[in-house]
Design a protein around this ligand. Structure first.
Ligand code: SF4
Length: 257
């Protein structure tokens, strides 16, 4: 794909999402676009649950398909598996499960041990690469649009999250329909629509990933403070969402036209 095609697609999506009234309408607008294959990845956090609900409604309205995929890292909380099952039941969905490559996982554990991710940032990023990034690459292979639950006020690193951006690493247009929503707005949508949510949210786990790398946060702490809390704030992404936008896409940002 030449750089011009995704740039035009990003601008088109930006306009469609910005003009849509409400979250379901945003998803419908995406499905009315030219993208053939649309994948929503979920970790069953609050944002992903709300997006799944809206995506199901949008599929009903358009007759189009959105594929749902999750990365089962092997280190998830049992409560995350519970909400995964509840989501499949509620929406009559099957969510594709991408697991780490068995040989890569054996090599990782042989090289750094089962707890090596705590010993250095490099080790932690290697663990995330094996357990998350490589499976995500498989989930997104051949996709045109990747729907994510990123919000711009989740952290400093996500402050400039656009509605749409070309992700050169995964070769896909990444769409963040919740980019301009607050956590309160997401929670209200979940409550209004009786969306199943992870019970850990009620115990201070605002952002939920792998069990050994997630803790509850205090009321005055930032939302993502419980992720890799032993590391510098500025380095706390796992690589799924840390790819900088090429300069050509810098103008495709929130509120830009
Ligand atoms: S979040 Fe922790 S356990 Fe999960 S893949 Fe990354 S380093 Fe490994």
């Amino acid at each position: 794909m030449t750089a011009e095609i995704p740039r035009l697609l990003c601008v088109d999506i930006q306009d469609r999402v910005a003009a849509a009234d409400g979250l379901v309408a945003r998803l419908v607008a995406l499905l009315h676009g030219p993208a053939a294959r649309v994948v929503l990845t979920t970790s069953f956090g609050l944002e992903d649950q709300v997006l799944t609900h809206a995506a199901v409604e949008a599929m009903k309205q358009t007759g189009r398909t959105i594929e749902f995929a999750t990365l089962d890292t092997g280190r998830l909380f049992p409560q995350t598996h519970d909400v995964w099952a509840a989501t499949e039941r509620r929406y009559r969905l099957r969510i594709a499960c991408l697991s780490p490559d068995a040989a890569d996982l054996a090599g990782l554990v042989a090289a750094q041990g089962i707890g090596g991710y705590r010993e250095s940032v490099d080790n932690r990023k290697t663990c995330c690469a094996v357990r998350k990034i490589e499976p995500l690459r498989r989930a997104l292979h051949g996709a045109d649009l990747w729907i994510t639950g990123l919000r711009s006020d989740q952290s400093q690193a996500r402050a400039t999250t656009p509605f749409a951006a070309w992700d050169a690493d995964f070769g896909v247009v990444k769409v963040s329909p919740l980019a301009d929503w607050s956590r309160d707005e997401v929670a209200q949508f979940a409550q209004d629509n009786r969306v199943p949510v992870n019970v850990l949210h009620a115990h201070g786990f605002l952002s939920i990933g792998c069990a050994p790398c997630t803790r509850a946060v205090a009321p005055d702490e930032p939302e993502r403070a419980g992720r890799w809390w032993w590391e510098d704030e500025s380095r706390k992404e796992c690589g799924l969402h840390s790819h900088p936008m090429p300069p050509a896409f810098a103008s495709v940002a929130l509120g830009a036209t």
